[in-house]
Design a protein around this ligand. Structure first.
Ligand code: PLP
Length: 446
């Protein structure tokens, strides 16, 4: 029999297998136990308070104590805690939210399909791309192009489109229909002496070469986050999205924009597609759709995407896909209320107004001897830390992130990037508090 320490940390180590950790390391160190949250702050089980500089997982737009979401969830639980959207049944909350999403979508869209996570939504979008190609008689048009450092989730297709080795290794991924083109991060992939414009032209050329090598008639879709999040907050260079879209148009390739992180205000517009003038065929949203108070995601698709799929379901007799929780009434009711609050309080405008302050403070921190550079847009940004001496890749940012946690700010270190993506309700003073602490953490580590 195992001896289990009766502390909460001990029981966690004993019984829970965590995502996205070194499991052996976790068995020794355990994790930080977060007990409660309020506004941009969370508090651990020892009573220590932290600024949640990552809004949880890039997601808690409204902060951690929004009573209206709790009230709506309770009311919906009491009225209709569960119903499905299968087999010719439906319900009000899913209809209301679908209607709102269509009304605010960045380009004319036709239909919304609900799922519960970003991975599910991307996985389903991939299945739908294949289903649609079959519907159109394009049986060989199935390949998908993602990008190096792109992140689209962890289910089999979503992880395959993802361009991060850690999500492939030992999982026997990616699927062999998935390809990865160059990452648009000039900081990481620009060559010595290469201008940003030359870099952009080079990676656009890489995309076109890949399409021509594989055969344009075999490529169904291109997948991209307008700003890459989990790859380390990688902001595209000027002209990148215009160039990508021109190539996709030339070769009749669909564009799936994954706004799981960017959607609902993060970049200072309701959608990052507006920030970068992206016109997707399918838009994937999650996270800030419900401030992650309930698991919820959605595919928002245009009519040209939807119609062949509807025809194919008619030919087969059914669209043979659906999750028990698709359009869950409590999740969609919470999502609807969450988006109403984002609109009422103009939190998209808050992100736009605070962008200068947020990026300005990051740029100041980039002058620190341990920092290399900074980047970002709206209220998402990163400080690139200089690797020192014989430190292993990622160690430098990990050390700063740990020191910052001691200073009372939760950040996320990805490679050498120290990432920030605070709740959209953050104020200018709170941005100062957060980045003052980063300055102290850098001094401590130095
Ligand atoms: N797509 C993007 C852009 C993401 O950032 C994430 C998660 O961080 C996902 C998809 C996967 O979402 P989930 O973790 O809800 O499956």
């Amino acid at each position: 029999m195992r001896i289990v320490s009766n502390s909460i940390e001990g029981r966690d180590i004993a019984y829970q297998m965590h995502p996205n950790v070194n499991l052996r390391k976790y068995e020794k160190t355990g994790g930080l136990v977060i007990e409660s949250g309020d506004g941009i702050y969370v508090t651990d089980n020892n009573g220590k308070r932290y600024i949640e500089g990552m809004a949880g997982l890039w997601s808690v737009a409204l902060g951690f104590g929004e009573k209206r979401l709790a009230e709506v969830a309770k009311a919906q639980m009491e009225k209709l805690p569960y119903y499905h959207t299968f087999s010719y049944k439906t319900h009000g909350p899913s209809i209301d939210l679908a209607e709102l999403l269509i009304s605010i979508a960045p380009v004319p869209m036709s239909k919304v399909h609900f799922t519960s996570s970003g991975s599910e939504a991307n996985d389903l979008a991939c299945k739908m791309v294949w289903y649609r190609s079959n519907a159109l008689g394009n049986k060989d048009k199935k390949k998908i192009i993602g990008r190096i450092k792109g992140y689209h989730g962890v289910t089999i297709a979503a992880a395959s489109i993802t361009g991060l080795p850690r999500n492939h290794e030992s999982f026997d991924l990616p699927l062999d229909r998935m390809f990865h083109t160059s990452c648009p991060s000039y900081v990481h992939f620009g060559k010595d002496g290469e201008s940003e414009a030359d870099f952009t032209a080079r990676i656009l050329n890489d995309l076109e070469e890949l399409i021509l090598k594989e055969g344009p008639e075999t490529i169904a879709a291109f997948w991209g986050e307008p700003v890459m999040g989990a790859g380390g907050v990688l902001v595209p260079p000027a002209g990148y999205w215009e160039g990508v879209q021109a190539i996709l148009k030339k070769y009749d390739i669909l564009l799936v924009a994954d706004e799981v992180i960017c959607g609902f205000g993060r970049t200072g517009k309701m959608f990052a597609c507006e920030t970068y003038n992206i016109k997707p065929d399918v838009l994937i949203v999650s996270k800030q759709i419900s401030s992650s108070y309930m698991p919820l995601s959605a595919l928002i698709m245009n009519d040209a995407f939807y119609q062949p799929i509807a025809d194919e379901s008619d030919r087969i007799g059914v669209f043979g896909h659906g999750f028990t929780a698709s359009g869950h009434p409590v999740a969609t009711a919470v999502g609807l209320e969450n988006l109403k609050i984002i609109q009422e309080r103009d939190l998209v405008g808050n992100a736009a107004r605070l962008e200068e302050k947020f990026l300005g403070r990051l740029a100041e921190l980039a002058k620190h001897p341990l920092a290399h550079s900074s980047r970002g847009v709206g209220l998402i940004g990163a400080l690139e830390i200089k690797p020192w001496g014989d430190a292993k890749p990622g160690d430098a940012a990990a050390a700063v992130s740990a020191a910052l946690e001691e200073e009372g700010v939760i950040s996320r270190n990805i490679g050498e990037a120290l990432c920030f993506c605070p709740p959209l309700i953050i104020t200018a003073e709170q941005i100062d508090d957060m980045f003052d602490a980063v300055g102290r953490a850098l001094d401590k580590v130095e």
